[in-house]
Design a protein around this ligand. Sequence first.
Ligand SMILES: Cc1ncc(COP(=O)(O)O)c(C=O)c1O
Length: 382
Amino acid sequence: MTPPRTALATRLAQAGSRSDPATGALSAPIYQTASFRHPALGKSTGFDYSRTANPTRQTLEQALADAEGGHRAFAFASGLAAIDATLRLFAHGDRVVVTEDLYGGTFRLFESLLRPHGVEAVYADTSDTEAVRRALADPRAKALFVESPTNPLLKVADLRALAALARGAGALLIVDNTFLTPVLQRPLEQGADLVVYSATKYLAGHNDVVAGAVVAASPDLADRIGFLQNAAGAILGPQDAWLTLRGLKTLPLRLAAQQANAQTLAEWLARHPRVRRVLYPGLPDHPGRAILLRENGGAGGMIAFEIDDPARIADILAGVRVFLFAESLGGVESLITYPAVQTHADIDPATRARLGISDRLLRLSVGVEDVRDLLADLENVL
Ligand SMILES: Cc1ncc(COP(=O)(O)O)c(C=O)c1O
């Protein structure tokens, strides 16, 4: 009997819970094996060697493809491994138009690994559709790589408009959906070809695993990413696949709590006398808010804000008692980060200054704690 088509939260809560017909285990088993016994010469159970396919990883990949509305998904050892596999689709002489205020590690991948191999990144403000149109006019542009909202400035792109531009230019649209996840943003439904993730963040959600994912819209792209996953081999191991699968089950609940907390904190920060500006797409004056409300479920759990005096940054980071001073984001614990020195140190100072990643800018990844404790902590350090 075909199960009824259920809501995303229902499917995520039960991800993998029907994956083991042998025992009926509700929690998908962890197949901690490198290899699989062949039933006979020329016969296979469907699993031969875990780099190529592993049942635990496959259960996660099926859940991710289903959640995103993609043809197939692929789980990698980290977000950067997933992005690296995706960018191996391009060759010497190709150009990729890339969001200019990008996660620093992705910037480093483009500049230090791809540029020497002749794949050139051209940076554009992807929240400015006209700027993207100009960048895509170059016939060498083979792809548009977009982070939205961006890390760390929370700029929002009109993915539907960008997908139409990319299609017109014969370029692939690749979206890093790490910040909003399929719960709040659906790039494939808006016309993207590939979605990439640092699954380390919201998808896994507990700051206990490093993982990545690629979701392909079409069978052709799925075949090519599947080939690259096996050929280069940066796969996610079974234990980490299981942790990510377990995290996925509560993703909608966690994000709802994180988003509600973030909205409260952003509104409070916007009124604080020591805060110069707050970047959060859920605030009424944020230029990306209308796009997010039109397309998505909300603004997510990330906030960036500038304080009045950069000399106070060290004291703020040392003084927090509820927020944790740490890199990363998307977990249940609230984190505070200083992008200029941590996540975005690989972007040169002049570019950081031009983009607005200033020495006054702090980034919050808002967790699921009681918002009164988070407010009191910020009040105390500010
Ligand atoms: C938006 C975004 N994409 C990709 C990555 C890279 O992912 P990972 O750290 O899992 O390799 C990060 C990491 O912070 C990120 O924030």
